[in-house]
Ligand binder design. Sequence first.
Ligand code: ZN
Length: 388
Amino acid sequence: MLKKYLILILFLCIGCNNQDKINTLIYENQNILVSINYPNTEYKKLNYILKKDVDDIYNNFLRDSKYNDELNIDYKYTEFESYISIYLIAEINNSKSIIKTYFFDTNQQIFLNITDILDNTDKIIDILLAKDINIHYIYNYINKINFYIDNEKTYIFFNNEKIIFDNNELIFKDKLIVKNIKINQNRKVFSNKLFDLDKKYVAITFDDGPSKYTKQIIDILKKHNVNATFFVLGNKVKLYSDILNESIDNGNVIGNHSYNHKLLIKLNKEDIINQINKTNEEIKFYTGYTPTLFRPTYGSVNSTIKNNTNMDIVLWNVDTMDWKYRNINKIVKRATKSLKDGDIILMHDIYKSSAAALEKIIIEIKKQGFEIVTIPELKEIKKLRNYE
Ligand code: ZN
Protein backbone atom coordinates (compact mmCIF):
# COMPACT_ATOMS: atom_id res chain seq x y z
CA MET A 1 0.00 0.00 0.00
CA LEU A 2 2.75 2.40 1.03
CA LYS A 3 4.64 1.66 -2.18
CA LYS A 4 1.62 2.66 -4.22
CA TYR A 5 1.50 6.06 -2.55
CA LEU A 6 5.20 6.62 -3.02
CA ILE A 7 4.91 5.99 -6.74
CA LEU A 8 2.00 8.38 -6.94
CA ILE A 9 3.92 11.12 -5.12
CA LEU A 10 6.95 10.68 -7.35
CA PHE A 11 4.76 10.85 -10.40
CA LEU A 12 3.06 14.03 -9.23
CA CYS A 13 6.41 15.73 -8.66
CA ILE A 14 7.82 15.20 -12.15
CA GLY A 15 6.31 18.45 -13.32
CA CYS A 16 6.99 20.41 -10.11
CA ASN A 17 9.69 22.62 -11.56
CA ASN A 18 8.07 23.13 -14.90
CA GLN A 19 6.46 26.43 -14.04
CA ASP A 20 5.90 29.04 -16.71
CA LYS A 21 7.96 32.21 -16.40
CA ILE A 22 5.31 34.35 -18.06
CA ASN A 23 1.55 34.06 -17.84
CA THR A 24 0.02 34.55 -21.26
CA LEU A 25 -3.49 34.99 -22.53
CA ILE A 26 -3.89 35.88 -26.19
CA TYR A 27 -7.11 35.66 -28.10
CA GLU A 28 -9.34 37.17 -30.70
CA ASN A 29 -12.85 36.19 -29.81
CA GLN A 30 -16.41 37.46 -29.46
CA ASN A 31 -15.33 40.64 -31.24
CA ILE A 32 -12.64 41.66 -28.78
CA LEU A 33 -8.86 41.31 -28.80
CA VAL A 34 -6.94 40.37 -25.68
CA SER A 35 -3.20 40.05 -25.18
CA ILE A 36 -1.97 39.68 -21.63
CA ASN A 37 1.61 38.87 -20.62
CA TYR A 38 2.98 39.19 -17.10
CA PRO A 39 5.66 37.43 -15.03
CA ASN A 40 5.07 34.29 -13.04
CA THR A 41 7.88 34.28 -10.48
CA GLU A 42 9.04 31.63 -8.02
CA TYR A 43 7.39 33.63 -5.21
CA LYS A 44 3.80 32.71 -4.38
CA LYS A 45 3.00 35.94 -2.59
CA LEU A 46 4.16 38.09 -5.49
CA ASN A 47 2.35 35.88 -8.01
CA TYR A 48 -0.85 36.07 -6.03
CA ILE A 49 -0.89 39.88 -6.06
CA LEU A 50 0.09 40.09 -9.72
CA LYS A 51 -2.61 37.65 -10.74
CA LYS A 52 -5.23 39.39 -8.63
CA ASP A 53 -4.43 42.79 -10.16
CA VAL A 54 -4.39 41.41 -13.71
CA ASP A 55 -7.65 39.52 -13.14
CA ASP A 56 -9.30 42.70 -11.88
CA ILE A 57 -8.23 44.65 -14.97
CA TYR A 58 -9.27 41.82 -17.28
CA ASN A 59 -12.68 41.32 -15.65
CA ASN A 60 -13.43 45.04 -15.71
CA PHE A 61 -12.49 45.09 -19.39
CA LEU A 62 -14.76 42.12 -20.16
CA ARG A 63 -17.60 43.81 -18.31
CA ASP A 64 -17.21 47.20 -20.04
CA SER A 65 -15.85 46.25 -23.46
CA LYS A 66 -17.56 47.15 -26.69
CA TYR A 67 -17.25 45.66 -30.16
CA ASN A 68 -13.66 45.70 -31.46
CA ASP A 69 -12.11 46.79 -28.15
CA GLU A 70 -8.55 45.70 -27.48
CA LEU A 71 -6.94 45.04 -24.10
CA ASN A 72 -3.17 44.80 -23.86
CA ILE A 73 -1.32 44.09 -20.62
CA ASP A 74 2.45 44.21 -20.79
CA TYR A 75 5.27 44.36 -18.26
CA LYS A 76 8.87 45.18 -17.56
CA TYR A 77 10.90 43.00 -15.21
CA THR A 78 14.26 43.31 -13.51
CA GLU A 79 15.60 40.75 -11.10
CA PHE A 80 18.25 41.83 -8.61
CA GLU A 81 20.14 39.56 -6.22
CA SER A 82 17.53 40.06 -3.47
CA TYR A 83 14.73 41.97 -5.13
CA ILE A 84 12.35 41.87 -8.07
CA SER A 85 11.07 45.03 -9.69
CA ILE A 86 8.01 44.79 -11.92
CA TYR A 87 6.14 47.38 -13.95
CA LEU A 88 2.73 46.43 -15.29
CA ILE A 89 0.89 48.49 -17.87
CA ALA A 90 -2.63 47.95 -19.13
CA GLU A 91 -3.79 49.69 -22.28
CA ILE A 92 -7.27 49.71 -23.73
CA ASN A 93 -7.44 50.59 -27.43
CA ASN A 94 -3.81 51.75 -27.24
CA SER A 95 -4.33 54.38 -24.61
CA LYS A 96 -2.77 54.02 -21.22
CA SER A 97 -5.26 52.85 -18.69
CA ILE A 98 -3.54 51.49 -15.59
CA ILE A 99 0.04 51.36 -14.34
CA LYS A 100 0.99 49.17 -11.40
CA THR A 101 4.43 48.58 -9.97
CA TYR A 102 5.79 46.03 -7.50
CA PHE A 103 9.09 45.94 -5.67
CA PHE A 104 9.49 42.64 -3.88
CA ASP A 105 12.14 41.67 -1.36
CA THR A 106 12.83 38.02 -2.15
CA ASN A 107 14.63 37.30 1.13
CA GLN A 108 11.96 38.64 3.43
CA GLN A 109 9.17 37.96 0.91
CA ILE A 110 7.59 41.36 1.42
CA PHE A 111 6.68 44.29 -0.83
CA LEU A 112 8.73 47.44 -0.39
CA ASN A 113 7.92 51.04 -1.19
CA ILE A 114 10.39 53.65 -2.35
CA THR A 115 11.09 54.94 1.16
CA ASP A 116 12.06 51.41 2.21
CA ILE A 117 14.83 51.20 -0.34
CA LEU A 118 16.19 54.74 -0.64
CA ASP A 119 18.41 56.23 1.99
CA ASN A 120 16.75 59.56 1.43
CA THR A 121 13.98 60.70 -0.81
CA ASP A 122 14.75 64.44 -0.80
CA LYS A 123 15.41 64.55 -4.54
CA ILE A 124 12.06 63.00 -5.31
CA ILE A 125 10.23 65.15 -2.77
CA ASP A 126 11.72 68.32 -4.26
CA ILE A 127 10.43 67.39 -7.70
CA LEU A 128 6.97 66.50 -6.39
CA LEU A 129 6.72 69.75 -4.43
CA ALA A 130 7.61 71.65 -7.57
CA LYS A 131 4.66 69.89 -9.18
CA ASP A 132 2.22 71.29 -6.64
CA ILE A 133 1.82 68.28 -4.38
CA ASN A 134 0.65 69.61 -1.03
CA ILE A 135 3.47 69.43 1.50
CA HIS A 136 1.13 68.04 4.19
CA TYR A 137 0.42 64.96 2.12
CA ILE A 138 3.84 64.42 0.63
CA TYR A 139 5.05 61.63 2.94
CA ASN A 140 1.83 59.75 2.63
CA TYR A 141 1.98 60.26 -1.12
CA ILE A 142 5.53 59.11 -1.57
CA ASN A 143 4.88 55.89 0.34
CA LYS A 144 2.32 54.90 -2.25
CA ILE A 145 4.07 56.12 -5.36
CA ASN A 146 4.58 53.75 -8.29
CA PHE A 147 8.20 53.11 -9.24
CA TYR A 148 10.24 50.72 -11.33
CA ILE A 149 13.99 50.14 -11.24
CA ASP A 150 16.08 48.52 -13.97
CA ASN A 151 19.84 48.03 -14.13
CA GLU A 152 20.44 51.68 -14.99
CA LYS A 153 17.50 53.85 -14.07
CA THR A 154 14.76 54.47 -11.55
CA TYR A 155 11.38 55.50 -12.93
CA ILE A 156 8.87 57.27 -10.69
CA PHE A 157 5.31 57.46 -11.98
CA PHE A 158 3.44 60.55 -11.00
CA ASN A 159 -0.05 61.16 -12.39
CA ASN A 160 0.56 60.84 -16.11
CA GLU A 161 4.20 61.77 -15.89
CA LYS A 162 7.34 59.77 -15.52
CA ILE A 163 10.33 61.10 -13.58
CA ILE A 164 13.58 59.33 -14.42
CA PHE A 165 16.74 59.17 -12.32
CA ASP A 166 20.04 57.50 -13.04
CA ASN A 167 20.50 54.90 -10.33
CA ASN A 168 23.83 56.45 -9.37
CA GLU A 169 22.09 59.75 -8.63
CA LEU A 170 20.15 58.02 -5.84
CA ILE A 171 21.42 56.43 -2.64
CA PHE A 172 19.99 52.97 -2.02
CA LYS A 173 19.99 51.43 1.45
CA ASP A 174 21.08 48.13 -0.03
CA LYS A 175 23.18 47.87 -3.16
CA LEU A 176 21.13 46.68 -6.13
CA ILE A 177 22.99 44.00 -8.04
CA VAL A 178 21.31 42.77 -11.20
CA LYS A 179 21.11 39.00 -11.55
CA ASN A 180 23.02 37.84 -14.56
CA ILE A 181 21.18 36.40 -17.52
CA LYS A 182 23.16 34.26 -19.89
CA ILE A 183 23.62 36.04 -23.19
CA ASN A 184 25.18 34.80 -26.38
CA GLN A 185 26.23 37.67 -28.58
CA ASN A 186 28.64 36.10 -31.04
CA ARG A 187 26.38 33.74 -32.85
CA LYS A 188 26.67 32.74 -36.48
CA VAL A 189 23.69 30.91 -37.94
CA PHE A 190 23.61 29.24 -41.33
CA SER A 191 21.88 26.29 -42.89
CA ASN A 192 24.09 23.93 -44.85
CA LYS A 193 21.37 21.50 -45.81
CA LEU A 194 21.06 20.40 -49.42
CA PHE A 195 17.60 20.15 -50.91
CA ASP A 196 16.25 17.71 -53.42
CA LEU A 197 14.06 19.99 -55.51
CA ASP A 198 11.83 17.12 -56.58
CA LYS A 199 10.65 16.52 -53.04
CA LYS A 200 7.65 18.17 -51.33
CA TYR A 201 8.30 20.57 -48.47
CA VAL A 202 6.22 22.17 -45.70
CA ALA A 203 7.10 24.40 -42.76
CA ILE A 204 5.76 24.29 -39.21
CA THR A 205 5.59 27.64 -37.41
CA PHE A 206 4.83 28.52 -33.80
CA ASP A 207 3.57 31.92 -32.60
CA ASP A 208 3.20 33.78 -29.29
CA GLY A 209 5.92 31.96 -27.30
CA PRO A 210 8.21 31.02 -25.80
CA SER A 211 6.52 29.32 -22.87
CA LYS A 212 7.08 26.37 -20.57
CA TYR A 213 5.99 24.08 -23.46
CA THR A 214 8.65 25.32 -25.87
CA LYS A 215 11.35 23.06 -24.41
CA GLN A 216 9.14 19.99 -24.98
CA ILE A 217 8.51 21.16 -28.56
CA ILE A 218 12.17 21.66 -29.43
CA ASP A 219 12.99 18.27 -27.91
CA ILE A 220 10.39 16.57 -30.13
CA LEU A 221 11.70 18.41 -33.20
CA LYS A 222 15.24 17.29 -32.34
CA LYS A 223 14.14 13.69 -31.80
CA HIS A 224 12.67 13.61 -35.32
CA ASN A 225 15.56 15.57 -36.80
CA VAL A 226 13.41 18.43 -38.10
CA ASN A 227 13.28 22.16 -37.44
CA ALA A 228 10.54 24.73 -37.03
CA THR A 229 10.23 28.51 -37.10
CA PHE A 230 9.22 30.31 -33.91
CA PHE A 231 7.71 33.79 -34.05
CA VAL A 232 8.32 35.13 -30.57
CA LEU A 233 7.14 38.13 -28.58
CA GLY A 234 9.84 40.63 -27.64
CA ASN A 235 8.58 40.88 -24.07
CA LYS A 236 9.28 37.17 -23.51
CA VAL A 237 12.83 37.04 -24.84
CA LYS A 238 14.68 38.05 -21.67
CA LEU A 239 12.99 35.53 -19.37
CA TYR A 240 13.27 32.71 -21.92
CA SER A 241 16.73 33.49 -23.28
CA ASP A 242 17.99 30.01 -22.32
CA ILE A 243 15.32 28.19 -24.30
CA LEU A 244 15.74 30.54 -27.29
CA ASN A 245 19.47 29.88 -27.37
CA GLU A 246 18.94 26.14 -27.16
CA SER A 247 16.33 26.34 -29.92
CA ILE A 248 18.70 28.23 -32.23
CA ASP A 249 21.53 25.80 -31.42
CA ASN A 250 19.24 22.97 -32.55
CA GLY A 251 18.77 24.67 -35.93
CA ASN A 252 15.37 26.24 -35.37
CA VAL A 253 14.68 29.74 -36.64
CA ILE A 254 13.49 32.65 -34.50
CA GLY A 255 11.26 35.28 -36.07
CA ASN A 256 9.67 38.47 -34.78
CA HIS A 257 5.98 38.56 -33.74
CA SER A 258 5.94 42.13 -32.29
CA TYR A 259 6.82 43.21 -28.77
CA ASN A 260 3.55 42.72 -26.92
CA HIS A 261 1.06 41.41 -29.44
CA LYS A 262 -0.95 44.56 -30.12
CA LEU A 263 -3.05 44.66 -33.28
CA LEU A 264 -0.45 46.49 -35.38
CA ILE A 265 -2.78 47.82 -38.07
CA LYS A 266 -4.30 50.11 -35.44
CA LEU A 267 -0.94 51.63 -34.49
CA ASN A 268 0.80 54.61 -36.05
CA LYS A 269 4.05 54.31 -37.97
CA GLU A 270 6.33 55.09 -35.01
CA ASP A 271 4.64 52.53 -32.77
CA ILE A 272 4.79 49.85 -35.46
CA ILE A 273 8.52 50.46 -36.04
CA ASN A 274 9.05 50.42 -32.28
CA GLN A 275 7.22 47.09 -31.88
CA ILE A 276 9.40 45.52 -34.56
CA ASN A 277 12.74 47.06 -33.62
CA LYS A 278 12.43 46.54 -29.86
CA THR A 279 11.79 42.84 -30.47
CA ASN A 280 14.75 42.49 -32.84
CA GLU A 281 16.97 44.25 -30.31
CA GLU A 282 15.90 41.89 -27.51
CA ILE A 283 16.52 38.80 -29.68
CA LYS A 284 19.87 40.13 -30.89
CA PHE A 285 20.95 41.06 -27.35
CA TYR A 286 20.07 37.76 -25.68
CA THR A 287 20.90 35.32 -28.48
CA GLY A 288 23.26 37.12 -30.85
CA TYR A 289 20.88 36.20 -33.66
CA THR A 290 19.41 38.82 -35.98
CA PRO A 291 15.90 37.87 -37.08
CA THR A 292 14.91 38.47 -40.69
CA LEU A 293 11.32 37.20 -40.55
CA PHE A 294 8.30 39.07 -39.24
CA ARG A 295 4.83 37.72 -38.62
CA PRO A 296 2.23 40.41 -37.91
CA THR A 297 -0.16 39.81 -35.01
CA TYR A 298 -3.51 38.23 -35.93
CA GLY A 299 -2.10 37.94 -39.48
CA SER A 300 -3.18 41.52 -40.19
CA VAL A 301 -0.96 43.61 -42.47
CA ASN A 302 -1.35 47.06 -44.00
CA SER A 303 0.81 49.32 -46.14
CA THR A 304 2.26 51.13 -43.11
CA ILE A 305 3.69 47.84 -41.88
CA LYS A 306 4.92 46.82 -45.33
CA ASN A 307 6.50 50.20 -46.03
CA ASN A 308 8.32 50.46 -42.73
CA THR A 309 10.21 47.23 -42.40
CA ASN A 310 12.64 45.40 -44.62
CA MET A 311 11.97 42.15 -42.80
CA ASP A 312 10.27 39.34 -44.69
CA ILE A 313 6.60 39.26 -43.77
CA VAL A 314 5.49 35.65 -43.25
CA LEU A 315 1.86 34.58 -42.97
CA TRP A 316 0.50 31.02 -43.14
CA ASN A 317 -2.00 29.00 -45.14
CA VAL A 318 -2.75 26.07 -42.83
CA ASP A 319 -4.38 27.21 -39.61
CA THR A 320 -4.60 24.52 -36.93
CA MET A 321 -6.76 26.79 -34.73
CA ASP A 322 -4.93 25.13 -31.83
CA TRP A 323 -5.60 28.13 -29.57
CA LYS A 324 -9.31 27.41 -29.91
CA TYR A 325 -9.61 23.63 -30.00
CA ARG A 326 -6.96 22.56 -27.45
CA ASN A 327 -7.62 19.01 -28.62
CA ILE A 328 -4.77 16.84 -29.87
CA ASN A 329 -6.65 14.86 -32.53
CA LYS A 330 -8.37 17.93 -33.92
CA ILE A 331 -5.07 19.81 -34.15
CA VAL A 332 -3.33 16.87 -35.88
CA LYS A 333 -6.18 16.59 -38.34
CA ARG A 334 -6.26 20.29 -39.17
CA ALA A 335 -2.47 20.39 -39.58
CA THR A 336 -2.20 17.42 -41.92
CA LYS A 337 -5.57 17.05 -43.67
CA SER A 338 -4.86 18.44 -47.13
CA LEU A 339 -1.24 19.46 -47.20
CA LYS A 340 0.36 20.75 -50.37
CA ASP A 341 3.95 21.42 -51.30
CA GLY A 342 5.06 24.78 -49.87
CA ASP A 343 2.43 24.99 -47.14
CA ILE A 344 3.06 26.91 -43.94
CA ILE A 345 1.36 25.50 -40.84
CA LEU A 346 0.42 27.79 -37.95
CA MET A 347 0.57 26.57 -34.35
CA HIS A 348 1.21 28.21 -30.96
CA ASP A 349 3.84 27.00 -28.50
CA ILE A 350 1.91 28.26 -25.48
CA TYR A 351 -0.59 25.39 -25.18
CA LYS A 352 -0.08 21.94 -23.74
CA SER A 353 -2.26 20.35 -26.43
CA SER A 354 -0.20 21.93 -29.23
CA ALA A 355 3.02 20.52 -27.79
CA ALA A 356 1.32 17.15 -27.33
CA ALA A 357 0.05 17.13 -30.94
CA LEU A 358 3.40 17.92 -32.53
CA GLU A 359 4.88 14.42 -32.58
CA LYS A 360 1.81 12.95 -34.32
CA ILE A 361 1.87 15.84 -36.80
CA ILE A 362 5.52 15.25 -37.71
CA ILE A 363 4.96 11.50 -38.16
CA GLU A 364 1.86 12.06 -40.31
CA ILE A 365 3.53 14.72 -42.48
CA LYS A 366 6.50 12.42 -43.14
CA LYS A 367 4.13 9.55 -43.87
CA GLN A 368 2.52 11.68 -46.57
CA GLY A 369 5.95 12.11 -48.18
CA PHE A 370 6.74 15.68 -47.16
CA GLU A 371 9.96 17.02 -45.69
CA ILE A 372 9.71 19.55 -42.87
CA VAL A 373 11.87 22.66 -43.20
CA THR A 374 12.15 26.14 -41.72
CA ILE A 375 10.76 29.27 -43.40
CA PRO A 376 14.18 30.47 -44.68
CA GLU A 377 14.77 26.98 -46.11
CA LEU A 378 11.35 26.99 -47.75
CA LYS A 379 12.18 30.36 -49.30
CA GLU A 380 15.54 29.03 -50.50
CA ILE A 381 13.84 26.00 -52.10
CA LYS A 382 11.33 28.24 -53.89
CA LYS A 383 14.16 30.45 -55.12
CA LEU A 384 16.19 27.46 -56.37
CA ARG A 385 13.18 26.13 -58.24
CA ASN A 386 12.80 29.43 -60.04
CA TYR A 387 16.37 29.13 -61.26
CA GLU A 388 15.74 25.73 -62.78
ZN1 ZN B 1 0.00 35.78 -32.27
